[in-house]
Ligand binder design. Structure first.
Ligand SMILES: *Cc1c(COP(=O)(O)O)cnc(C)c1O
Length: 392
């Protein structure tokens, strides 16, 4: 698996027109053709769905974005991969490609908050109904399938709360009822889990996170199978989504070390959790780490590894002391996006969690999300140790 990323890069590198190791960043709106005939032939090839090395208009992509698509196609083992300007645009592209008025979208409670807003807010205005299921209960999902269910949308594990779905069961159910399936796979990335291979129609990744790995660029990817390719192509074509070649280059550069970084995030996280699980101030750790837990069993069934994002639940009557814990961490930045080289901590607003139907914090429980970066885990543990003392 480790070798595969490098292999895809090698395969892509063969096509580079320049002699540099890296692909050129080709910025373009206008693409020039030698003759009208050449232009028409090129357009015909695209219309037939042939692989092209460049497009006929900058919005569709340039040599740089095509290189990224090729690499991701290999990594995701997908029929095609679409590139979007942000991870959230990848979510929107996926849902808007499939859902139409009167449809229902069966969606896991615990998806990324903007995804909730899109489905419960905007889509409602287009008469698409969001039906929420409990991600801890396959039976609940099954009960909520109706004749109108067009798409089952999963985020695994759930944002901030890390519920684990039984993904194989969802796919079997969807296939038996002719329902489309999409998954937000940002947490694991295609390095640890390949949704298209398991049977999902659509696999979404916020490339802003681990694909970039350096917290300096935003992008999204939508990997698809052949069944939904045309639908996603159509909405992508008319929506005007485009990833800039400069940003595509940064994602390509990040992907060169995806395997090494993901292995290190996992290793560091295991060490940090070994410390956290024995600390009396920590009431609960939300992450698939406990071999006896249902979450861990579901995780093991489908994933070859886990990333560096987890949450801890702290019990305290003194909320300010929990703030003080977060504020006094020296190696953890306070901020939202994650998947970069650096460690982060953020107190998750209960109001945000209050929009959930199936997850609830009890009185005096506080949720802090941690991203474990690539720093020396001993330093991270020492930092956590001294800051946890502030919790009263
Ligand atoms: C961050 C995130 C997104 C959105 O990605 P952006 O690149 O920030 O727009 C979507 N889904 C999940 C699970 C995320 O964590």
């Amino acid at each position: 698996m480790k070798r595969s990323i490098k292999t895809y890069l090698k395969a892509a590198a063969k096509d580079y027109s320049s002699r540099s190791v890296n692909p050129p960043v080709v910025r373009a709106s206008t693409i020039l053709f030698k003759t009208m005939q050449e232009l028409r032939e090129h357009q015909k090839a695209i219309a037939k769905g042939k692989e092209v090395e460049y497009w006929d208009y900058g919005r569709q992509g340039t040599q740089t974005t095509v290189q990224l698509q090729k690499l991701l196609k290999g990594l995701e083992e997908a029929y095609q991969v679409f590139l979007t300007p942000t991870g959230f645009a990848a979510v929107a592209l996926s849902i808007m490609s499939i859902c139409r008025p009167e449809d229902e979208i069966l969606i896991s409670d615990g998806v990324y908050r903007p995804t909730q807003k899109l489905t419960d807010g905007l889509l409602k205005e287009f008469n698409v109904k969001a039906v929420w299921y409990n991600p801890n209960s396959f039976q609940d999902l099954k009960n909520k399938v109706s004749k109108k269910t067009k798409l089952i949308y999963v985020e695994n594990p759930g944002s901030n709360t890390f519920e684990m779905n039984d993904l194989g069961k969802i796919i079997s159910l969807a296939k038996s009822k002719n329902i489309f399936t999409a998954i937000d796979n940002t947490w694991a990335t295609a390095y640890f889990f390949k949704p298209i291979k398991l049977g999902f129609d659509i696999s979404i990744t916020s490339a802003t996170k681990y694909y970039s790995g350096h917290s300096d660029v935003m992008a999204g990817t939508v990997a698809v199978n052949k069944k939904v390719y045309k639908k996603v192509w159509w909405y992508n074509h008319v929506s005007g989504y485009r990833l800039s070649p400069d940003d595509a280059y940064l994602i390509l550069r990040g992907l060169r070390t995806l395997d090494i970084r993901m292995d290190k995030h996992q290793e560091n996280t295991k060490k940090v959790i070994n410390f956290l699980k024995n600390n009396k101030k920590i009431f609960k750790i939300l992450y698939p780490y406990k071999p006896s837990s249902k979450e861990f069993k579901l995780f093991k069934k489908y994933y070859s590894g886990a990333s560096g994002l987890l949450s801890i639940i702290i019990k305290s009557k003194n909320k300010n002391s929990v703030y003080r814990f977060v504020n006094s961490l020296k190696l953890f930045g306070i901020g939202y996006s994650w998947g970069g080289f650096e460690s982060l901590a953020v107190y998750t607003d209960p109001v945000e969690l209050g929009t959930r139907r199936y997850f609830k914090l009890e009185k005096n429980e506080h949720l802090v999300r941690l991203h474990i970066g690539l720093e020396d885990p001993k330093d991270l543990i020492n930092d956590l140790k001294s800051s946890l003392k502030f919790i009263k």
